[in-house]
Design a protein around this ligand. Structure first.
Ligand code: FMN
Length: 357
């Protein structure tokens, strides 16, 4: 239960951000980072889509792109880990450098561009884990995307559903990363309708095996009209939930910094207000009929609770871990029950969307 991040965090931050990430994943994979887990307060438990979440705090996509450290991440206290984004074929991503820290804002800009080992390698690892007796309890989602040079983007997502539906607890259709040309256009009404129709058909085709919930992850940069279309199509076609949001191509509060001119998606506290506003809008537009995962700029227990009150049944984080380490996960889990009690909620579910009613 000892948190060594105060010792190794500053050392990691002396390294280039991508190298620091690689070292961190290696440390986790070799068990060098001690488990911080601890017992979760029962008030934090939820059953969503038939899945048991021991707590609402998840590791956001992009940290464990290749499903290498699921159990070490669950050991840190996460209730869920979302692996990926995984593309059908392995691909190198964009040229380096492609990840930048904004230390004063505790933020990041990245343009990785879906670097990763591809479906086969990742699916093999995930399937092997499912056979292991000593795996940690917790939910594992697979976030799927398309290759940069794909001739048929929708086919890439359909292939992802066939690969990962049998071995993941939930699936995420990621159409919101800013670093693959043309990807975000899949959020427009017609392409989105076609994409979701096709992936839902693929899932139905697997029906006899397994039908994990299918979620859509959206960008925070959508207009009001885009958001209305996303909500309508999602409800009409019957997808199971939305993840709000990915990184932003806008530069709120950081425009004055030279690093803000780097292309890519901004994450961390400068994203919080924008992504929480979009979360609230989506909650309103879907009338609470779809469970939502709130992600974007969470850097404190108060931030996590604000996402829940804005409509999130679950939350995820990434960038704050770079600056604060895994202790934040425990802090969120320790404080949430206090906030719920203070505001008179008997369960976490009661607080979901409290600011939107
Ligand atoms: C370095 C980095 C890589 C990311 N890679 C992915 C990815 O592959 N797929 C994805 O859906 N989101 C990816 N994200 C976005 C995160 O999952 C999350 O939506 C976003 O960073 C906002 O949360 P945060 O402010 O807590 O970091 C990435 C974020 C970062 C910082």
């Amino acid at each position: 239960m000892i948190d060594l991040f105060p010792l190794y965090g500053p050392l990691l931050r002396c390294l280039d951000p991508e190298l620091a990430h690689t070292v961190t994943v290696r440390m986790l994979a070799t068990g060098l980072a001690p488990p911080l887990g601890g017992k979760d307060d029962p008030v934090l438990r939820q059953r969503l889509w038939g899945l048991d979440f021991p707590n609402p705090v998840g590791m956001a996509a992009g940290f464990d792109k290749n499903a290498e450290v699921i159990d070490p991440l669950l050991s840190l206290g996460f209730g869920a880990v979302e692996i990926g984004t995984v593309t059908p074929k392995p691909q190198p991503g964009n040229p380096k450098p492609r990840c930048f820290r904004l230390p004063d804002q505790q933020a990041m800009i990245n343009r990785f561009g879906f670097n990763g080992q591809g479906h086969d390698a990742v699916a093999r690892r995930l399937a092997a884990r499912r056979q292991r007796r000593n795996r940690r309890p917790g939910v594992v989602g697979a976030n799927i995307g398309r290759n940069k040079d794909s001739g048929d983007a929708i086919n890439d997502y359909v292939a992802g559903v066939y690969q990962f539906a049998p071995i993941a607890d939930y699936l995420v259709i990621n159409v919101s990363s800013p670093n693959t040309p043309g990807l975000r256009a899949l959020q427009d009404r017609e392409p989105l309708t076609e994409l979701l129709t096709r992936v839902l058909e693929a899932r139905a085709d697997l029906c006899e095996k397994r039908t994990p919930p299918l979620l859509l992850k959206i960008a925070p940069d959508l207009t009001d009209d885009d958001l209305a279309a996303v909500a309508e199509v999602s409800l009409d076609l019957g997808i199971d939930g939305l993840i709000v949001s990915n990184t932003t191509v806008s530069r709120p509060d950081v425009d004055h910094l030279p690093v803000a001119a780097e292309a890519g998606g901004l994450s961390g506290p400068p994203l919080f207000e924008l992504s929480t506003r979009v979360l609230r809008d989506i909650r309103r537009l879907t009338g609470g009929r779809l469970p939502l995962i709130g992600v974007g700029g969470i850097a404190s227990p108060e931030d996590a609770y604000a996402k829940i009150r804005a409509g999130a049944s679950l939350v995820q984080l990434y960038t704050a871990l770079v600056y604060q380490g895994p202790r934040l996960v425990l802090d969120i889990k320790r404080r949430l029950p206090e906030f719920l009690k203070r505001d008179g909620f008997a369960t976490l579910a009661e607080a979901v969307g409290a600011d939107v009613r």
